[in-house]
Design a protein around this ligand. Structure first.
Ligand code: FAD
Ligand code: NAP
Length: 335
């Protein structure tokens, strides 16, 4: 068992964690990044990335994350292959335990553990991921220009994705398992007013249909949740929008979470309910969920952390200066 100590401990090696590391290293906080089970994060599970600024041509998700990691290491970040399984945030330095048995101590902690899309759990869905089936319209909608697409779900995300997809697609079908939407009223009004969107009520996905060869998704088989009747719609893109799981279980009871289980942060900052702990990226964001927003809040977390440490050092110097000389000598002797 090894104890790793650092000024700045970062959990997660996606765009949020690595951006925090780049800024943290350059600010002299010698960050350690604990990578978790998905080194590089969600973008390593996709191919074409066309909306991350700085690249004229499409780049590949895994390559982009390798570059981000290399940049973080180049400026002084230490990457560790481990997953955090235990936390003690009751005092600083914070003390976390890895799956390996190693202990990690950080004067500040940045949580960038991300979120995972929920999937329907069908075999055909797994087989066609990246070949017509996606969980992110903002990421992949552009690849379906001029094609028919469907969105599955009835919450804010599904309705927003359906509306967004009308920018690219001549026809969007929203498939929902009930006859009422969970989405906010204003979004529902926009959805129903849009001539390019059809809603199929009381329909569940029975399977995604593979056209074979390079075709990918060509149709979705449905069953009616009330009558049981079977039907099929022809689409080339299927967007599953049935919610996300933020990776926050580890922190339940230690940090404040919002009603959907996301990390609660002070608006306009990355500060969590425990001073010295910061959260960034998808783990604290249920609205934007993009690589560039994750990277942006990663930068914010490093800046917030640096200010926190500077303030803590200033307060401790001031307290030491205010102590009577005799007490200071005694304190130093006992230290
Ligand atoms: P993540 O990338 O989710 O990274 C989380 C990290 O935390 C991982 O490294 C994981 O191993 C680690 N972790 C989790 N738990 C622990 C733990 N207990 N201990 C230590 N580490 C832990 N966005 C775009 O902008 N453009 C796109 O084209 C695009 N395409 C996408 C395609 C797909 C298929 C998917 C799934 C997402 C796509 N996204 C895209 C969204 C984008 O990937 C996310 O918004 C972004 O990755 C979020 O970054 P993050 O750093 O917050 O978290
Ligand atoms: P959500 O509100 O949990 O909605 C998920 C939807 O998917 C529900 O309609 C649900 O159906 C459906 N669903 C769940 N499991 C399913 C399954 N197995 N098969 C078929 N359908 C299934 O998730 P979300 O829309 O991602 O939103 C999450 C949170 O983020 C919410 O608090 C939301 O308000 C917020 N959000 C806000 C904004 C914004 O403010 N602009 C944007 C996006 C998200 P049922 O309705 O039948 O349960």
């Amino acid at each position: 068992m090894t104890t790793h100590t650092t000024r700045m401990l970062i959990l997660g090696s996606g765009p949020a964690g690595l951006s925090a590391a780049i800024y943290g290293a350059r600010a002299g906080m010698n960050p350690i990044v604990v990578q978790g089970v998905q080194p590089g994060g969600q973008l390593t599970t996709t191919t074409d990335v066309e909306n991350y600024p700085g690249f004229r041509d499409v780049v590949q998700g895994p390559w982009l994350m390798e570059e981000m990691q290399a940049q973080a290491e180049h400026v002084g970040t230490r990457m560790v292959w481990d997953t955090i399984t235990g936390v003690d945030l009751s005092r600083r330095p914070f003390r976390l335990t890895g799956d390996s048995g190693d202990v990690y101590e950080g004067e500040v902690l940045v949580i960038a553990t991300g979120a995972q899309a929920r999937w329907l759990g069908l075999e055909s869905e797994e087989a066609l991921k990246g070949k017509g089936v996606s969980a992110c319209a903002t990421c992949d909608g552009f690849f379906f220009r001029g094609k028919r697409v469907a969105v599955i779900g009835g919450g804010n995300t599904a309705v927003e994705e359906a509306l967004y997809l009308t920018n690219h697609s001549p026809h969007v079908t929203l498939i929902h398992r009930r006859d009422t939407l969970r989405a906010e009223r204003i979004l529902q009004e926009r959805l129903h007013a849009h001539p390019g969107i059809t809603v199929l009520w009381n329909k569940a996905v029975a399977g995604f249909v593979d056209g074979g060869g390079a075709a990918g998704l060509v149709a979705i088989d449905l069953h009616d949740t009330v009558t049981g009747e079977r039907s099929r719609i022809d689409v080339e893109g299927g967007f599953v929008a049935i919610g996300h799981h933020p990776a926050t279980e580890l922190f339940r009871g230690h940090l404040e979470l919002d009603g959907d289980g996301y990390m609660a942060v002070e608006p306009g900052s990355t500060r969590t309910s425990v001073p010295g702990v910061f959260a960034c990226g998808d783990v604290a964001d249920k609205v934007y969920r993009q690589a560039v927003t994750a990277a942006g809040t990663g930068c914010m977390a490093a800046l917030d952390a640096e200010r926190f440490l500077a303030h803590a050092a200033f307060e401790s110097d001031r307290a030491a200066a205010a102590e009577p000389a005799g007490e200071k000598e005694n304190a130093e002797a006992s230290w």
